[in-house]
Structures are given as structure tokens and as C-alpha cells.
Design a protein around this ligand. Structure first.
Ligand SMILES: Nc1nc2c(ncn2[C@@H]2O[C@H](COP(=O)(O)OP(=O)(O)OP(=O)(O)O)[C@@H](O)[C@H]2O)c(=O)[nH]1
Ligand SMILES: [Mg+2]
Length: 207
């Protein structure tokens, strides 16, 4: 790790949560290495952090990405990853129907308890699976009778007041870079707005 990364002032942290096997580790790997790796971890993830640098509109940001394991065995350990988070990605996978309601039932209550007021995106992973022969053009899976069209994920994102809804595939790379770019842009924008807010407050005090 370069010393520049350690001392860089613009340092941001994104934490990924979501049910097990929803593709969190593969998504991070795809972002960091621009390639797909079927099995990122030999053992299931508990908590793992990465550090990289990202150019956001010409500004270099040191980005910490924290991967967490979705297995319920990790419920008592996962929150170690949360302090200092600037944003969460709550992930579901388009081929795991139960992972979508989990956003509201499990992940939102968990991150809200530990990090209230931290913005989050809802992220639909493995969207390449939609083009599988089992699906028709609207994303209807005839075998399981479950609709996995993006509209469901978007509705969930609206329902839980997510700051955004994104669709990705670690396998094809679709949407991966855009997701992290959009997240960092939003984080940096919030920073700027906070600064203005503080300045406004300061002027009030002076008057
Ligand atoms: N088709 C497809 N399969 C994917 C994609 N991403 C992940 N997978 C598959 O899904 C499996 C699980 O992905 P992981 O990234 O390990 O899932 P995870 O959310 O990190 O799981 P936990 O660490 O247990 O919480 C992988 O081993 C791949 O086989 C994708 O974009 N497309
Ligand atoms: Mg994992």
C-alpha cells in the first residue's frame, strides 16, 4: 500500500452487505481487478477490507471497500465493518428471490441500528442471469414462477428510501464502474453540502 494512500485526505469508505451468495465479493473483485473470478474467497467472507484509489472527475479518492459475509453465522461479527462508513451497498441477486425482501427485513434494520443516516444504494447483482434461457423478455422466470425484472428492485429501493438503485454483473462487468463512480460522486457531494451547511451556521453565529 503506498504511503500516499495512507495520508490521502479524501478517504472514503463503502461497505457491502446483503444475503449470502448475492455476489458481493465477486462485485468487489470485478471492480478492483476488472475481471470476473468465480470464487473470490476460499472460505466464506466474514469481514474483509480493501484499499484502492479512484479518480472521480479528476479528484483522487482513497477508497476503502469493506466486504462482509451474509451468512447469519456472521450476524455478531459483521458490524465491526460499519464504523466510519460513508455509504452502504445493500445487495441482492436476481436469481435469489429471498434476497430481495431481506433488504427490508434484515439489512436495513441492521445498518440503521449501527449507522443511522448513512446513505445506501440498493444493488441488483448478477443481472447477466436475466438473459438466461429460463427467462422471457420481461425477466419472468417460468421455472420458479418469480419475476426478477428490474422494476421489483427499483420498487424496493424506493420503498426503503435508498439513495439509488443500480444493476450490475461482476461476470460481464456491466454497471460495476458506474456503481462505484456514482457512489463516490454522491459521497463527495454530501461532503460539499455539509461544508456549506457548516459555513452557513457559522455566519449565523457571527451575526
Ligand atoms: N452469473 C453470475 N454469477 C455470479 C456473479 N457474481 C457472483 N456470481 C456467483 O455467485 C457466487 C457467490 O458470489 P459471492 O461474491 O461469493 O457472494 P457473496 O455475496 O460474497 O457471499 P457471502 O460472502 O457468503 O456473503 C459466486 O461464486 C459465483 O458463482 C455474476 O455477476 N454473474
Ligand atoms: Mg463474500
Amino acid at each position: 500500500m503506498s504511503s500516499w494512500l495512507i495520508t490521502c485526505k479524501t478517504r472514503k469508505k463503502i461497505v457491502l452487505v446483503g444475503d449470502t451468495l448475492t455476489g458481493k465479493s465477486c462485485l468487489i473483485w470485478a471492480f478492483l481487478n476488472e475481471e470476473y473470478k468465480e470464487r473470490v474467497m476460499i472460505t466464506p467472507t466474514v469481514v474483509h477490507d480493501y484499499l484502492t484509489e479512484v479518480n472521480v472527475d479528476g479528484k483522487i479518492v482513497a477508497l476503502q471497500i469493506w466486504d462482509t459475509g451474509g451468512e447469519s453465522d456472521n450476524d455478531k461479527l459483521r458490524f465491526f465493518a460499519y464504523p466510519g462508513a460513508d455509504m452502504f451497498f445493500i445487495c441482492y441477486a436476481v436469481e435469489i428471490p429471498t434476497s430481495l425482501p431481506s433488504i427490508q427485513e434484515k439489512w436495513l434494520p441492521e445498518i440503521s441500528e449501527h449507522c443511522p443516516n448513512v446513505p445506501f444504494f440498493v444493488v441488483a447483482n448478477k443481472v447477466d442471469k436475466r438473459s438466461h434461457e429460463n427467462y422471457d423478455i420481461r425477466g419472468f422466470n417460468w421455472k420458479r414462477g418469480h419475476i426478477k425484472h428490474g422494476v421489483e428492485g427499483k420498487l424496493m429501493a424506493d420503498k426503503v428510501n435508498a439513495a439509488g438503485y443500480f444493476e450490475c454483473s461482476a461476470k460481464t462487468g456491466e454497471g460495476v464502474k458506474e456503481l462505484f463512480q456514482k457512489a463516490l460522486k454522491m459521497i463527495l457531494k454530501v461532503d460539499d453540502e455539509d461544508k456549506h451547511f457548516v459555513r452557513r451556521e457559522y455566519f449565523c453565529v457571527q451575526q
